[in-house]
Design a protein around this ligand. Structure first.
Ligand code: SAM
Ligand code: SF4
Length: 330
């Protein structure tokens, strides 16, 4: 699949549910209305759609959400996708999780062929964690992270940089990650969805964070890339990596290789644009068959836009896109 700008699309992110057991302040409003279950694709349908994408050249799938591990029976999807690894055409199956359910699922994930996972953790301070997630329990997440490590999964910690919440903690977070062999990736907040707070109060430019970290750590430039938006540095003192995702201060769209599928079968060709294609109708139309589904996917890829136009400022009150990050999963 090659888009109109010559970019090869090899990476599919799949939001398996819009629901979540946390309410991170930058991601969701406290009183979210979730999709009625009738609109959500079954796990079998999601597996079939993923199969069609793999047939068209997708090599990497990331399950996300909402919180992927709160979807009932999610392991059956992990296992069916895991069976597509290798000769099935899939090279990597991974997931992004908030970690609350990881203690229960880590071993099963490893057995199904998952090798690396991203866990979102913005702070190591229990009170700040509770405030950032509105009701999360830090201990539970830490138990999950160490269960993942014990199961042999490579863990990358993702932390959203939030002014006044974790801005003085990145030293500690980096040291902690180094101690346990986890890579760390810092993310700027993006203006997606109404969240019942002013985003300009949360926004912390990572250029500032990087400059502060450089006073204490030796950050060595590296050409390590995951095909994603992060720019990575090797941290000489820890032997782990530190990445920065800076959609607001640096545009990463030129090398974009991904599209995003929601749990209702809607395909977003860009995280920062509203255009989307409905794949549920062709998926459920028996008269179209596999060929009709492939054509619908290719027609969507042919509309992939050049890039996003994220802006956060006080004059522009509305979010850049109306949907929340939990619709597509980041
Ligand atoms: N629930 C899972 C989790 O938290 O990892 C997966 C879905 S979550 C939407 C995926 C990632 O998006 C998380 O790392 C989260 O911190 C990040 N995220 C959510 N809203 C964001 C926003 N407005 N700006 C930047 N990152 C955001
Ligand atoms: Fe849930 Fe992840 Fe959004 Fe937090 S960032 S509310 S854990 S979906």
């Amino acid at each position: 699949m090659i888009d109109p700008f010559g970019r090869r699309v090899t990476y599919l992110r799949v939001s398996v549910t819009d629901r979540c057991d946390l309410r991170c302040v930058y991601c969701m409003a406290e009183d979210m209305t979730f999709l009625p279950k009738s609109e959500v694709l079954t796990l079998e349908e999601l597996d079939r759609l993923c199969g069609a994408f793999i047939g068209l050249g997708v090599e990497k799938i990331r399950l996300t959400g909402g919180e992927p591990l709160v979807r009932r029976n999610v392991m059956s999807l992990v296992e069916s996708l895991g069976a597509r690894l290798g000769a099935g055409g899939l090279r990597e199956l991974t997931l992004t999780t908030n970690g609350t359910q990881l203690a229960k699922y880590a071993e099963g994930l490893a057995r199904a062929g998952v090798r690396r996972i991203n866990v979102s953790l913005d702070t190591l301070d229990a009170a700040a964690f509770k405030a950032a997630t509105r009701w999360g329990d830090l201990e539970k997440v830490l138990d999950g992270i160490f269960a993942a490590k014990a199961a042999g999964l490579h863990v990358k910690i993702n932390a959203v940089a939030l002014k006044g919440v974790n801005e003085h903690e990145f030293d500690r977070l980096l040291a902690w990650c180094g101690e346990h062999g986890f890579d760390l990736c810092l993310i700027e907040t993006m203006p997606m969805g109404e969240i019942s707070q002013d985003r300009t109060d949360q926004f912390l430019p990572l250029s500032l964070v990087r400059a502060r970290l450089r006073e204490r750590w030796t950050l060595q430039e590296t050409d390590y890339r995951t095909g994603g938006p992060a720019r990575y540095f090797d941290v000489a003192e820890t032997g782990t990596r530190l990445g920065f995702i800076t959609p607001m201060t640096h545009n990463f769209c030129e090398s974009c290789n991904r599209v995003r599928l929601t749990c209702t079968g809607t395909l977003y060709m860009c995280l920062g644009q509203d255009d989307a294609a409905d794949l549920r109708a062709p998926l459920r139309d028996p008269s179209l068959g596999e060929e009709g589904l492939r054509e619908a996917i290719l027609a969507a890829i042919a509309r992939k836009p050049k890039g996003h136009d994220f802006v956060i400022d006080r004059r522009r009150k509305a979010p850049a896109v109306a949907r929340h990050m939990s619709v597509t999963g980041g």
